[in-house]
Design a protein around this ligand. Structure first.
Ligand code: SF4
Length: 318
């Protein structure tokens, strides 16, 4: 049996887990190809027009898997993986949205990921998922343990300074001798690490000698401590990590500037952008890059050239 996983959204955080889980159960795992114009265009045409670009994109990726004749599409309903927060509402309703928008799909497997009791809940979900695919729940528990090991290897690579795209093998780091400014490039992993949607932002910054720190590289223990300093945290999983990472890098004085990458039409980002801007105010320069299906590389190059140039001059005159 071939299990198809769309390579967008939670893929950028959990693919190493689910890949090993299904392989341990004896299934072939197929991820959709990296984003292309055709995949994005298909998603744009088949989604409500006011959706954010990642939601349009996932429609195109699911379609690509269906065209690849996978037997099952795996699209978990991401609800909660940490206390007192949920995923953005568009994640919560995603399996329903996809099924309502795309006809003739293969069967969809969408376990509800709500980790009320942490690891225990995860093992229960894995046992049930294995059972729903005809494998024994015990086999599911063993596969879950192996998948957790693989996922921790992935997380360690990212915490040691790899971008998620590098840890997933989507791109390779260039050898660069230029030592430019250090930037916090903050935004959702499915935006920053998708070379097509972000117009290769990571590569463009690397070419300019910029050292990039992303939200996923920040140590989770430190982020947790910072979260307790907030009078109130946001409700949404990825949004919280962007705000906490901004606080972490700015408090430690680790960066010369901050770029917040946002998706046009993202509701949570209206708050995230303001909070990150306020954190950076009076400390380091801050700018926002808004991405949508029309984002061209030229516009992004102009913006980052101006921003990086300003940081270099500021550093030189300090
Ligand atoms: S957090 Fe924003 S960009 Fe991500 S799915 Fe929700 S609305 Fe879209």
């Amino acid at each position: 049996m071939r299990i198809g996983i769309p390579s967008t959204l939670a893929y950028y955080e959990y693919f190493p887990f689910w890949e090993v889980f299904f392989q341990e159960l004896g299934f072939e795992v197929v991820s959709s190809p990296t984003t292309t114009k055709a995949i994005l265009d298909w998603g744009v045409q088949h989604t409500v027009s006011d959706a954010c670009v990642p939601i349009k994109l996932v429609h195109g990726h699911v379609r690509a898997l269906a065209e690849d004749n996978v037997d099952v599409i795996f699209l978990p309903r991401m609800v909660r993986v940490a206390p007192k927060e949920t995923f953005c509402p568009k994640f919560l309703g995603l399996p329903d949205l996809i099924q309502a928008s795309i006809e003739d799909l293969p069967p969809m497997l969408s376990p509800r990921i709500f980790l009320r009791y942490g690891r225990m809940s995860l093992f229960r979900i894995c046992g049930q998922t294995a059972h729903s695919l005809g494998a024994s729940p015990i086999k599911g528990l063993r596969a879950c343990a192996k998948a957790l090991d693989a996922w921790h290897v992935f997380l360690r690579s990212v915490r040691r300074g790899m971008t998620v795209a590098e840890a997933l093998g989507i791109r390779q780091r260039m050898k660069n001798t230029v030592q430019g400014p250090r930037l916090a490039l903050l935004g959702y992993p499915y935006l920053i690490n998708d070379p097509f949607v972000s117009a290769n932002l990571l590569g463009l910054l690397e070419e300019r000698g910029v050292q990039v720190l992303t939200a996923e590289m920040a140590p989770p223990g430190a982020l947790k401590r910072l979260s307790r300093q907030m009078p109130k945290n946001l409700f949404w999983h990825y949004s919280n990590r962007v705000v906490w990472a901004a606080m972490y890098y700015l408090d430690k004085g680790m960066v010369d500037g901050v770029i917040h990458v946002t998706a046009f039409g993202c509701g949570p980002d209206a708050m995230v952008s303001k909070l990150v801007e306020l954190e950076a105010k009076g400390k380091v320069p801050f700018t926002t890059l808004s991405l949508d299906e029309h984002s061209g590389q030229e516009g992004i190059i102009t913006r980052i050239d101006a921003f990086v140039d300003m940081l270099v001059r500021k550093k030189a005159s300090a």
